[in-house]
Design a protein around this ligand. Structure first.
Ligand code: 3E9
Ligand code: MG
Ligand code: MG
Ligand code: MG
Ligand code: MG
Ligand code: MG
Length: 367
C-alpha cells in the first residue's frame, strides 16, 4: 500500500507499566483461544500472535494475575466478535441478524446454563468468562458486565447499519458510537475485579466520574483510530468498508488523511488535558476505591497506547505501518475550549464554577 500515513509521537502524561506475568499471559491466552476454538482457524492464528495477554498485563500492571488472564481472554473473545462477526463476517452487513445473534450471546452471559448455542465456540468461551467473572467479581459487577456488553452490542449493530449501507456517520454520531463500539466500557468491571474492590454507585454514577470514564473511552478509541488506520485502510480491499475518525473527517470535512490525522490528534490532546485536570480534582475528593479506579483507568489509556504502537495487529510487519518510536510529554494542542461535538461538549462544563467536579460528595463509605 506504499509508505502511507506517518504517525508522529503522541502525547501521554501517564507512565508506562506492565505486570510481570505478561509473557505467561500471552501463552495462557493463546491456549484459551485454542481450547474454546475462538474464531476461524485463520482469525485465531492471527489473534494469538497479537500479544493480547501483554495488553491485559499493561491494563492491570499491579492487578491480580488471575484477572489479568481473565481480561486477556475476554479481549481476545471481543476480537472474535468484533473481527469475526462484525468487521470480517457476513453478519456485520446484516444488522437485524447481528442483533439476534448478539442477543443470544447476551443470554449466555446472563445465564450460562441455558441450553442455547450448544456448538458455538464464542458461546462456550463466554460461558467460561462468566464463571470467572462470578469467581473474581461481585454480583453487581457481573450484572454491570452484562449491561456493558449490551451497550457494546447495541453500538456495533448501529455500526453495521452504516457498513451495510456503505455510509460514514458524521462526527457527532461517530463520537457517540465510538464511546461504546471500541468495547472500552465492557472492560471497566474487570478493572475493579483486578484489584478486588467495588466502586460504589454514588461515586461511579456521579456525572463527573462517568464523564472521566467517557473521556478515557474517547482517548483510547481515538488513539486506536490513529494507530489502526494503516491496518483498517488495508482491510478495506478485503472487506469493502472501514470506519475510524480519520475517515469521518475525510468524508465530512473534505480533509486529506494528513489533515485528518492532525485534527484527530488535536482532539485527543484536548480531551487528554481535560481528563488529567478532571481526574486530579476527582481524586482529591474521592474514596480510596475511586482513586484506585482512576489509577487503573490511566493504565488502561497508557496500556492501549503501548500495545497499539507495538502489537503486530497494527504494525503489520508484512506491510509496515509507520508508528512512532516514543511518546511525547506535551500536547500539540492544549486549548481548554470545548470540542465542537455536541454529544460531549458538556464535558468542559464540569470544571467550570458550579460544575459537577466541584460538588461535595456524600459521606464516603469505607468498605
Ligand atoms: C476496538 O475497535 C474493538 C474492540 C473489540 C477491541 C477490544 C479491545 C478492548 C476491549 C480494549 C479497548 C481497546 C481498543 C479500542 C484498542 P476497532 O477499531 O475495531 O479495533 P481494531 O483493533 O480493529 O482497530
Ligand atoms: Mg509478552
Ligand atoms: Mg470494530
Ligand atoms: Mg476492528
Ligand atoms: Mg426471534
Ligand atoms: Mg481500529
Amino acid at each position: 500500500m506504499g509508505p502511507g500515513l506517518i504517525v508522529p509521537p503522541i502525547f501521554t502524561p501517564i507512565p508506562s507499566a506492565i505486570h510481570p506475568c505478561h509473557v505467561e499471559a500471552d501463552v495462557l491466552t493463546a491456549a484459551w483461544a485454542e481450547t474454546y476454538r475462538i474464531g476461524s482457524d485463520e482469525l485465531r492464528g492471527r489473534l494469538v500472535s497479537q500479544a493480547i495477554g501483554t495488553f491485559s498485563a499493561r491494563i492491570l500492571p499491579e492487578g491480580r494475575e488471575e484477572v489479568v488472564s481473565l481480561l486477556a481472554d475476554f479481549i481476545l473473545w471481543l476480537f472474535g466478535v468484533d473481527d469475526g462477526h462484525c468487521e470480517e463476517g457476513e453478519l456485520g452487513r446484516r444488522p437485524g441478524e447481528l442483533a439476534g445473534e448478539l442477543h443470544r450471546l447476551l443470554r449466555i452471559a446472563q445465564n450460562p446454563e441455558v441450553p442455547m448455542l450448544g456448538d458455538d465456540p464464542l458461546a462456550a468461551g463466554l460461558r467460561d468468562l462468566r464463571l470467572r467473572v462470578d469467581r473474581y467479581g461481585t454480583p453487581g459487577q457481573a450484572a454491570r458486565w452484562v449491561d456493558a456488553l449490551r451497550e457494546y452490542f447495541f453500538s456495533v449493530v448501529w455500526e453495521s447499519g452504516h457498513r451495510s449501507a456503505g455510509t460514514v456517520p458524521d462526527l457527532n454520531d461517530y463520537t457517540l458510537m465510538r464511546i461504546y463500539d471500541g468495547a472500552t466500557t465492557v472492560v471497566l468491571p474487570m478493572l475493579e475485579m483486578g484489584h478486588g474492590y467495588e466502586l460504589q454507585p454514588h461515586e461511579r454514577d456521579r456525572t463527573a466520574v462517568r464523564a472521566a470514564t467517557e473521556m478515557a473511552s474517547f482517548i483510547i478509541t481515538w488513539d486506536n483510530d490513529i494507530f489502526s488506520y494503516h491496518k483498517e485502510k488495508k482491510e478495506k480491499s478485503a472487506t469493502g468498508y472501514y470506519l475510524n475518525v480519520l475517515r469521518v473527517l475525510e468524508q465530512h470535512e473534505g480533509m486529506t488523511p494528513e489533515q485528518a490525522l492532525d485534527v484527530a490528534i488535536s482532539q485527543r490532546d484536548r480531551v487528554m488535558c481535560l481528563y488529567m485536570r478532571l481526574t486530579e480534582a476527582l481524586a482529591e475528593q474521592g474514596s480510596p476505591q475511586l482513586r484506585q479506579y482512576l489509577r487503573t483507568l490511566g493504565s488502561f489509556i497508557r496500556g492501549a497506547q503501548d500495545w497499539g504502537v507495538s502489537s503486530v495487529r497494527y504494525t503489520t510487519p508484512d506491510d509496515p505501518a509507520s508508528m512512532p518510536a516514543h511518546f511525547r510529554d506535551t500536547p500539540v494542542d492544549d486549548s481548554e475550549e470545548p470540542l465542537g461535538i455536541p454529544a460531549v461538549s458538556w464535558w468542559w462544563n464540569l470544571l467550570a464554577p458550579g460544575g459537577d467536579a466541584h460538588a461535595t460528595l456524600p459521606v464516603h463509605r469505607t468498605a
